[in-house]
Design a protein around this ligand. Structure first.
Ligand code: ADP
Ligand code: MG
Ligand code: MG
Length: 890
């Protein structure tokens, strides 16, 4: 059980497969050394030692210190000089590095081992300017990261000396200037009551302790919490002999990527700075040069860099992000890791590397993250992050639905539809949205809301359509009456242009330029590879023929969920028909109006819709869910003029029995009030509605099957799957199946022809999951409705939990993630597994799918891929689900 791993050119016991133990930086330093690259010799102290350090109450165990001393001796031998030897000193850098890169931790200390005596020795060999440049850097970094003296105090002294000398750049400081800087830095130490230990080994010990100590600072703990980094042992510490980019003009330091991280182009990409050390490149003190320019002034080092980075890329089998230093014309490699990249770059790199034979197709598929694909599939703003863009940002909310949208602000769904008809592009701005707003939401280019979370109505609907949406913008104030809003101190009037970045959650003033998604050839090639590995189907949730066609283009193999009620809002005539149906069923006395008429009108609309969807999905299964939400959702809100006029119309039909018109209106209003439920999510909805009103179920089944028969006469292959929602009891399902089957017989006998159809149920009530063995007797298929299943299993109201306590739960680590976004695999997941097992025990050929929001979430897909036959998600997420399913199978 080794505490320390030495690395030197051509030799190391460590390697890239040991990231847990050596951290990412240490493991790859060992690997580069092993490969024979010129890496300054050094050693890595393991993450296990970090644990021991904490167990011992913040102390390095003696055994480890002895191992460190032995490693120092080994490095001295490899480097050919002694640590802090005044004649010819070897100096060290001390670098942190966990298995996951973590900006919450300690910074690097460079040039460790200098003191007043050693610096004079170094000056004799290398000159004052260089020696005291190293010394002032050590004092600054050691003071800052080990002793906690603020960096800006040192910066102020540097500034004062430069000012006094009338110079701008650090590199212009002469030897005497730097001696003066060092004198002033020591005064800063003295004022803080601290000092740099004279003993170099004491400097080393304190620096190592500081790195281990930084693992548990509040800042680091918070960072891990926010980024959900768990299961790490701690940080490793890398102690490495120094090489000097600040030695002279034939030296320098830089960073580079083996390919362009924005586009994926295969060409060394990066920057370097001559006569500089450490973070000077990124600190913006001087403007760095394009790494390609090194070919002119550092020809040998550049050739080396090209050869090394090519080798590293081949060896690591991924695009690399490297740090290097040139000392007197000689290149040293200081770090390598897999480079972070944009969506377009990820795709380009994966396809190119597989084509070059550098990686297998499996590896290429694993190299593209679902979020990369997401970026590729939505239009994006140009120049994100550039000054022109940033200065237009008004505020930020939750990135509820990705993409870029530009349009003129309107404050009601009605106006959105009106302006849209007049050819305007609009952004709908609301405090929140409700099902009544869907027409306007559909007409809008993008949606902004002040309230609501990632699963609020606005967010779910917008994602379903792939429409950019930012919700939960706390600072957004809306005055509906004045038709104005304020955000970021700006007044926004109706008709003003705004831009919505649903990918980042930003809201911008004016019309920001947009670029279309690039559906390049590589994407098609890549998706072909993806499909060759995946073992489960990917279906889609679509409510219209247009959505169905788009999903099909994206590779959907069926529809897993048609929400019939979403069609109800498409036009004013439809809403009127739905309201008439509700009136007949729930509001009017029996014998008034004509139930058959109201349902027949609606059936026409539905049949037409289904014909369109079956045609778009020719040859693929279409799963249609019977009416699910509570009826009052379809009625106008109480106290609105719409409600008054609805009651007026209905009262005419009622009057015969109820007498006076006015009293009929009154009775209706009180009945509508009576439809309200304290807990509608657990109320009269789903199959309960179909059992209370079997004629609605019958109407819907008839519309579906008539549509299927009609289109098949035109040569279209319709495969209807009729799905009963919210079933918890076997008898509920049996009841609805009887209604559906008898409707089918009626349709087929009157048409004189029939189609194959299936009847199944959603599993979304925990009792239904438990009794899945019974339900399977009546169902050809199950579809897990994981939104409701999560809500009812956890007992979390979807509509309230997000605003009230879920973010707190996640922040405090009570829950690892929002269970409405990422499936709660241990709880809800267990129910899914259990229901699948029990259902299949009854009926081995039972077909299983999942159609909640989780059907498009990569982590959730990874879990359910071992259980279900397909996942179903919104049309734009289909490619992402295909990728996630493939990655789950590799
Ligand atoms: P970070 O994790 O913040 O990138 P590093 O440990 O990589 O921190 O150190 C930052 C920089 O310090 C490196 O990029 C390099 O320029 C410089 N550095 C670190 N160790 C050495 C060394 N042994 N010799 C020369 N420069 C070094
Ligand atoms: Mg680094
Ligand atoms: Mg449901």
């Amino acid at each position: 059980d080794r505490a320390v791993y030495v690395f030197k050119k051509g030799d190391s016991a460590g390697g890239k497969e040991m990231k847990q133990l050596l951290g990412g930086k240490g493991a790859n330093l060992c690997e580069m050394a092993r490969l024979g690259l010129r890496v300054p010799p050094g050693f890595t102290i393991t993450t296990k030692v970090c644990q021991e350090f904490y167990k011992a109450g913040g102390k390095l165990p003696d055994r480890v210190w002895n191992d460190i001393l032995a490693a120092v001796a080994e490095v001295e031998a490899a480097y050919g000089a002694k640590f802090a030897d005044p004649q010819n000193p070897l100096l060290f850098s001390v670098r942190s590095g966990a298995a996951v890169s973590m900006p919450g931790m300690m910074d690097t200390v460079l040039n460790l081992g200098l003191n007043d005596e050693v610096v004079e020795g170094l000056a004799r060999v290398r000159g004052d300017r260089f020696a005291f440049d190293c010394y002032r850097r050590l004092l600054d970094m050691f003071g800052d990261v080990v002793l906690g003296i603020e960096h800006k105090q040192f910066e102020a002294e540097m500034h004062a000396v430069k000012e006094a000398r009338g110079i701008k750049l650090d590199v212009e400081l002469t030897g005497p200037d730097l001696r003066e800087v060092v004198r002033r830095f020591k005064a800063v130490f003295a004022a803080a009551g601290k000092s740099l230990p004279d003993d170099p080994l004491e400097q080393l010990r304190l620096s190592i302790n500081a790195v281990f100590g930084s693992w548990n600072t509040p800042r680091a703990v918070k960072y891990r919490e926010i980024n959900r980094i768990r299961g790490l042992l701690g940080t490793a510490v890398n102690v490495q002999s120094m090489v000097y980019g600040n030695l002279n003009d034939n030296s320098g330091t830089g960073v580079c990527f083996t390919r362009n991280p924005a586009t994926g182009e295969k060409k060394l990409y990066g920057e370097y700075l001559p006569n500089a050390q450490g973070e000077d490149v990124v600190a913006g003190i001087r403007t760095p040069l394009d790494v390609q320019h090194m070919a002119d002034n550092f020809a040998v080092a550049y050739e080396d860099l090209v050869a090394n980075t090519n080798l590293l890329e081949k060896h690591m089998r991924d695009m690399q992000d490297c740090e290097f230093t040139v000392q007197d014309g000689v290149l040293f490699m200081l770090q390598t890791r897999n480079g972070k990249r944009t969506g377009p770059a990820a795709l380009q790199v994966a396809v190119a590397m597989a084509s070059e034979g550098m990686v297998s197709r499996e590896e290429a598929v694993l190299m593209v993250e679902p979020r990369h694909l997401d970026q590729l599939l939505h239009p994006m703003f140009k120049g994100v992050g550039k000054a022109e863009y940033t200065s237009a940002v008004l505020g930020k909310g939750l990135p509820a639905s990705p993409g870029a949208a530009v349009g003129r602000v309107v404050f009601s769904a009605e106006d959105a539809e009106k302006w849209d008809k007049d050819g305007e592009q609009v952004i709908l701005v609301r405090l929140e949205t409700s099902p009544e707003d869907v027409g306007g939401m559909h007409a809008a280019q993008g949606i902004l809301t002040a309230r609501g979370g990632m699963t609020s109505h606005a967010a779910v609907v917008a994602r379903g359509w792939g429409k950019p949406c930012v919700c939960g913008i706390d600072k957004l104030e809306v005055d509906y009456a004045a038709r104005t809003a304020t955000l970021g101190g700006k007044l926004i009037n109706e008709g003003d242009y705004v831009s919505v970045n649903g990918t980042s959650g930003e809201v911008l003033l004016g019309r920001q330029p947009v670029q279309a998604p690039e559906m390049s050839g590589s994407l098609a090639v890549f998706m072909e590879w993806v499909d060759s590995f995946r073992k489960i189907g990917v279906w889609t949730n679509a409510d219209t023929p247009e959505d169905a066609a788009m999903a099909r283009k994206n590779g959907a193999q069926g529809i897993g969920l048609v929400r019939t009620e979403h069609m109800f809002f498409a036009t004013p005539e439809r809403i009127a028909a739905v309201r008439r149906m509700i009136a007949v069923e729930e509001l009017l006395e029996e014998g008034t109006g004509s139930a058959a008429d109201a349902l027949a009108a609606l059936k026409e609309f539905q049949r037409e819709d289904f014909e369109g969807i079956f045609t778009a999905m020719d040859g693929l299964p279409v799963t249609i869910r019977l009416l699910d939400p509570p009826l009052h959702e379809f009625l106008p809100h109480e106290g609105t003029p719409e409600l008054d006029s609805l009651c007026d119309t209905l009262a005419v039909e009622m009057k015969g029995r109820a007498g006076q018109h006015m009293s009929a209106v009154k009775i209706l209003k009180s009945r509508i009030h009576g439809l309200q439920e304290a807990n509608p999510m657990l109320g009269l909805r789903g199959c309960r509605l179909g059992i209370r009103h079997p004629d609605i179920t019958e109407m819907q089944a008839t519309a579906i099957l008539e549509a299927a028969v009609n289109v098949s006469k035109r040569g279209v292959q319709a495969l209807p799957h009729i799905m009963v929602p919210l079933v918890g009891f076997e008898e509920e399902l049996a009841h609805q199946v009887r209604v559906i089957r008898s409707a089918a017989e009626a349709v087929f006998s009157s048409a004189g022809s029939s189609v194959d159809y299936k009847v199944g149920t959603m599993i979304e009530v925990p009792r239904g999951a438990l009794r899945a063995g019974d339900l399977a007797k009546h169902a050809d298929f199950f579809s897990f409705g994981t939104n409701d299943l999560t809500q009812m299993t956890c007992g979390f109201s979807r509509d309230d939990a997000e605003a009230k306590f879920l973010p707190l739960y996640v922040a405090q680590g009570i829950l690892p993630a929002d269970p409405f976004e990422e499936l709660d695999t241990s709880g809800v997941g267990e129910l899914i597994q259990l229901a699948a097992d029990r259902g299949r025990a009854t009926r081995p050929d039972l077909h299983l799918g999942i159609c909640g929001e989780h059907g498009g979430d990569p982590k959730s897909i990874e879990f359910v891929a071992g259980i279900v036959d397909y996942v179903s998600c919104s049309p734009l997420r289909v490619p992402i689900a295909r990728l996630a399913a493939a990655q789950a199978a590799i």
